[in-house]
Write a protein of this length. Structure first.
Length: 362
């Protein structure tokens, strides 16, 4: 039983939550001070690690200065956070709507696109997940969304982009030709996770909007954002931005974002993700060669995935790792390795040794 709290994505009766007591860097520990190596960044959000002092200090200073603000009010921390984000988003994406997290950032982005284009349809990728709110689940093609089908109307699911054997027999830049606004969900992939500030930076494309969450504060406070280009921002110069939330641009969350960006820049965490990502990639490739149960191994920066064969019990693998004090994430047939970007290389090697071990003897 779980007492007075309800926990998500599980039946409550037989669920035993983990008694988290503290954390530092790439480690966390329980109430008995048993330490666990976090190879999942909690839920791929603690990019700068647990309890980063730079982020905590920024939040404390903001609490002493100003802790409450309304959505139509500007604050010093709001302006500083927007300016700091503009330095890393690039590609003209320099205006921001601040939200509570990634899921509602995706919903706000779609609403903004509908207002700008006057079109009601949303094209969403197959095999995607964009959050747990009703609208975000409607844009997702994830087993957890099935209970809420049909969801919002006007959502059309398309195959993943694959220009080598294109399912539509066409070439890139479809959105530009047809006046479709391109929204990139960088909630999981943003803030250094893939070895660049954002995953789109690997490809040189120019989206109209980027949504973000999770790593924007490294999990230290709830915050999301929609970054928009000049076309989208220009529309709302003379048209109502008909969306909003009570806690839009919350001062303490924005301070956490500022502290997070300062930590990234001071410690070179984006470059660190790229360098350690090369170590991770080689280890995952080796695991694929050595273990028949690994059907595929792929990674970008410190975001790795082992896709397992049909006969492998992925949940058992996760449990076996946790018994060895290593925290992993799973989804379907996939085992994810996404440690905090601050992880020491020796700790990364140690954690990957455990993954290698459980693949051979779960």
């Amino acid at each position: 039983m779980t007492g007075h709290s309800l926990f998500t994505w599980t039946a409550q009766k037989d669920f035993t939550p983990f008694p988290l007591a503290g954390g530092e860097g790439a480690w966390f520990w329980d109430a008995r001070e048993t330490r666990y190596l976090d190879l999942a960044s909690v839920v791929v959000n603690a990019n700068a690690g647990h309890n980063h002092p730079r982020i905590l200090d920024a939040m404390r200073r903001q609490l002493d200065e100003l802790a409450v603000a309304g959505p139509s009010m500007t604050t010093a921390v709001r302006e500083r956070a927007a300016a700091a984000l503009a330095r890393v988003t690039g590609k003209g994406l320099d205006r921001f709507l601040f939200t509570l997290g990634g899921a509602d950032a995706n919903e706000h982005a779609v609403k903004m696109a509908m207002l700008v284009t006057g079109r009601p349809k949303v094209l969403a990728r197959a095999r995607s997940y964009h959050g747990a709110t009703f609208g975000a689940l409607s844009f997702s093609d994830d087993p957890r969304a099935l209970a809420f089908r049909p969801g919002l109307s006007g959502v059309v699911r398309v195959k993943d982009p694959y220009c080598f054997r294109c399912p539509w027999n066409t070439k890139p830049e479809i959105c530009d030709r047809h006046g479709v606004l391109l929204i990139l969900d960088e909630v999981l992939t943003g803030f250094g996770r893939t070895g660049r500030w954002f995953a789109i930076d690997h490809y040189g494309a120019a989206p109209d909007m980027i949504t973000m969450g999770k790593g924007i504060t490294s999990g230290h406070a709830p915050l999301g954002a929609v970054a928009v280009n000049g076309k989208v921002a220009g529309f709302f110069e003379s048209h109502e931005l008909a969306t909003g939330l009570t806690h839009t641009a919350h001062p303490v969350s924005l301070a956490a974002a500022l502290g997070n960006l300062e930590a990234f820049e001071e410690e070179g965490l984006v470059d660190r993700s790229r360098v350690l990502g090369e170590v991770l990639a080689e280890r995952l490739k080796l695991m694929k060669r050595q273990h028949a149960g690994v059907a595929d191994a792929r990674s970008m920066g410190l975001y790795g995935c082992l896709e397992m064969a049909e006969d492998v019990d992925v949940k058992r693998l996760k449990a076996a790792a946790f018994e060895r004090r290593v925290h992993l994430l799973t989804r379907g047939r996939c085992l994810f390795i996404a440690p905090p970007l601050v992880i020491d290389e020796r700790d990364l090697d140690q954690g990957l040794d455990v993954v290698d071990e459980i693949l051979g003897h779960p």
